[in-house]
Ligand binder design. Structure first.
Ligand SMILES: Cc1cc2nc3c(=O)[nH]c(=O)nc-3n(C[C@H](O)[C@H](O)[C@H](O)COP(=O)(O)O)c2cc1C
Length: 323
């Protein structure tokens, strides 16, 4: 898969997930063979706040390349400044978010709301593209809603972004109005790739099971897939996808002890990013996903939700995972 001049040998990436894809989650994705990762979306004007980039989570180390930054905003010049700031920080790719369905984002006419403003989207794209020399991508949904006007806007944005040299489009197969309801429309993702065969198209939506992911990838004929919720508490999903692609008879599945070691490794990395108290409460949302791979899910979940501190975490991992 090619994104501008960046070559990715596997057809999968770690999708941007606000509140999750910090350095710890990204490094675990890499450990399991994911070559391209994204940070969570960042508001354009926040990138001008210098102390932000002194926080450990925002410092891009040498072992984090290639990495994409995703930007949210509405003003072309401000987005261009933000893109330059992110490149200066060490990001290799800029991705423009025109897909976020969160009410607080839509109220400010950002993210998915911009899919109703094709000219604005294209102006933002062109201004950013002219401001940086790295690849510039965009994240889209298949429309604001199901209306004919929304479909027209969606195809208009895509056609003109492609004409203007977008380096890749990540397409989530739901409308903005759908948020996360129903199913992603992989038929539209397939049509999208058919219409733009020369452009790197990465499909997104409902990517949870390795065999199903590879099936969706092949059926849609896309260049790659962006694994999102499916990688939370299951970083080994990337290795599993690679195993399916390679046609391996046995798909990698970490035994309990290995799962426990991965959980502890994840926690150790969080300690480098956040203070001790934040680490514990922040880690709970990951633990509630990690426990779904345990053979006594309910028991593991019950224990994890009541976690108090690091010693308690280690005691639970020792008892339930044998490490
Ligand atoms: C908690 C959460 C945070 C997300 N944050 C972002 C984000 O920052 N940028 C983005 O483009 N998409 C974001 N997404 C959307 C995902 O990248 C992805 O497109 C969507 O979840 C569909 O994929 P899935 O059904 O396989 O999870 C987020 C989704 C979730 C659930």
């Amino acid at each position: 898969m090619l994104i501008g001049n960046i070559v990715i040998t596997n057809p999968f990436i770690q999708a941007a997930l606000a509140g999750y894809t910090d350095r710890a989650m990204r490094m675990l994705a890499r450990k399991f063979g994911c070559e391209l990762v994204f940070s969570g979306v960042i508001l354009d004007k926040c990138t001008s706040y210098k102390p932000l980039f002194e926080r450990p989570n925002y410092i891009i180390k040498d072992d984090e390349h290639p990495i994409g930054a995703q930007l949210l905003g509405t003003e072309p010049e401000q987005m261009a400044t933000a893109a330059k700031n992110m490149v200066k920080t060490g990001y290799d790719i800029i991705d423009l978010n025109f897909a976020c369905p969160a009410p607080k984002v839509l109220r400010k006419a950002r993210g998915g709301a911009l899919m109703a403003e094709p000219q604005k989207v294209l102006e933002i794209f062109k201004t950013v593209r002219d401001a940086v020399s790295c690849p510039v991508m965009m994240k889209l949904r298949i429309g604001t809603d199901d209306s004919a006007q929304a479909k027209e806007n969606f195809w208009y944005i895509a056609e003109n972004a492609v004409k203007s040299g977008v380096d890749g489009i990540i397409l989530h197969g739901r409308t903005v109005e759908q948020r996360f309801k129903g199913f992603a429309n992989w038929e539209t993702i397939k049509q999208f790739k058919e219409k733009f065969p020369q452009t790197t198209i990465i499909g997104s939506g409902d990517l949870f099971d390795p065999a199903d992911i590879v099936d969706k990838f092949k059926t849609a004929g896309v260049d790659g897939v962006a694994v999102a919720r499916g990688a939370i508490g299951k970083p080994w999903i990337f290795r599993q996808i690679a195993d399916v692609i390679e046609g391996k008879a046995e798909i990698y599945k970490p035994d309990l002890k290995t799962q426990g070691q991965i959980i502890l490794e994840h926690f150790e990395m969080l300690k480098e990013l956040y203070d001790a108290r934040k680490c514990i409460w922040y880690f709970r949302k990951f633990l509630s996903k990690y426990c779904t791979s345990h053979n006594t899910i309910k028991k593991a979940r019950r224990e994890f939700v009541a976690i108090r501190d690091e010693a308690h975490l280690r005691e639970i991992i020792d008892r339930l995972y044998g490490c």
